[in-house]
Design a protein around this ligand. Structure first.
Ligand code: 13P
Length: 336
């Protein structure tokens, strides 16, 4: 087994998943201000440290995605990557510099960050990172995502992935088809399939070793404003169909984003995906909001109560881990 495949499996195996704690300072500020906590360096670290040192890190979290600010912070004499490694998890880092207006199709986005990336990757490796994340973002409408958006983002994702592997780290390839809009799940299925297929075509052209790549896709859902809502069984069926048809078998695993689903919704859907899993892929979570929302809400009202905050987070992480094994239930969800 090669080293990158080994790292991927360490992150994803045995009901473990990824904690996406890589909100940029702008996004984290929005999250903190939404619960009336001032966003400063100390508060951002304090909340994140509570999560990174919680009990559930050992059994539920195989990897943590950090933001540039966090990977350079310390907890006393310990670096944040050391704190994460102590709990048996792998530290990762978001390396894109955000989605910017796509020239030629100004209502769409292209993710930037390739300039100087090789040097930044070397620095992150020295700081202890062993995997990375880059997110391409796609909107659905009658005309979007355009071919230009699909091709440009796939090309950037492939160039990124190739550089990351060259530096000895595992790239998370995240093409996120947003749930904004009133489209049907069927349209989401078609667009997501097209987006993912194009990404893998580019990854192959760029000679990326697929056995050392983690795919982070969206689930197949109705648009948030769609009047018709499919149930979790249908979400699981369509998601599995899409991934079976679009993802090469060499990939070690798939870690879904939550994308605006509620914590329980994201857990229930993942559980059914695993119950019905007819692929050879590990199917797990790489959740941001669906792992942190409850804990953030609790912490914002009890900022000194780290144990209480960790209790909320542990429950959520345990539920996600059960879902990654297809063993979650509504009854377990209510046991707190
Ligand atoms: P959400 O789970 O909140 O969608 O965040 C995951 C993520 O890392 C988006 O890039």
């Amino acid at each position: 087994m090669n080293e990158l495949n080994k790292i991927s499996l360490q992150i994803l195996s045995g009901g473990k998943g990824i904690l996406a704690a890589d909100e940029s300072t702008g996004t984290m500020t929005k999250r903190l201000e939404s619960v009336n906590v001032p966003s400063n360096e100390k508060n951002r670290l304090s909340f994140r440290k509570a999560l990174f040192s919680s009990e559930s890190m050992k059994n539920c979290i195989g990897g943590v995605i950090l933001y540039d600010e966090t990977i350079k912070q310390t907890d006393g004499s310990k670096s944040i990557t050391e704190l994460i490694n102590e709990n048996g998890a792998v530290a990762g880092i978001k390396v894109d510099t955000g989605a910017k207006t796509l020239s030629g199709s100004p209502e769409e986005k292209i993710t930037e960050g390739l300039d100087g990336l090789r040097e930044r990757l070397k620095e992150y490796y020295k700081l202890g990172a062993r995997f990375t994340k880059w997110r391409g973002v796609y909107n659905i409408s009658e005309t979007y995502p355009s071919k230009l958006c699909i091709h440009s983002n796939a090309h950037a994702l492939a160039r990124y992935a190739s550089l990351v592997q060259e530096c000895g780290m595992v790239p998370i390839v995240e093409p996120e088809v947003l749930m904004d809009g009133d489209h049907s799940a069927d349209v989401c299925y078609k667009k997501t399939s097209e987006v993912i297929k194009r990404c893998f075509e580019e990854l192959v052209i760029h000679k990326v070793d697929l056995s050392g790549v983690i795919l982070k896709p969206n689930m197949i859902l109705d648009g948030a404003k769609s009047k018709k809502k499919i149930n979790s069984e249908e979400v699981a069926d369509l998601t599995l169909k899409c991934l079976n048809e679009s993802v090469p078998k060499e990939i070690p695993g798939i870690a879904f984003l939550s994308g605006g689903q509620s914590e329980v919704q994201a857990t229930e859907n993942l559980n059914l995906i695993n119950k019905k899993n007819n692929t050879n892929f590990i199917m797990t979570y790489s959740y941001g909001r669906a792992l942190q929302q409850g804990a953030l809400k609790y912490w914002s009202k009890n900022i000194e109560d780290i144990t209480g905050t960790q209790k909320v987070f542990n429950h959520r992480a345990n539920m996600c881990s059960l879902a990654a094994k297809g063993k979650w239930s509504k009854e377990l969800e209510l046991q707190n």
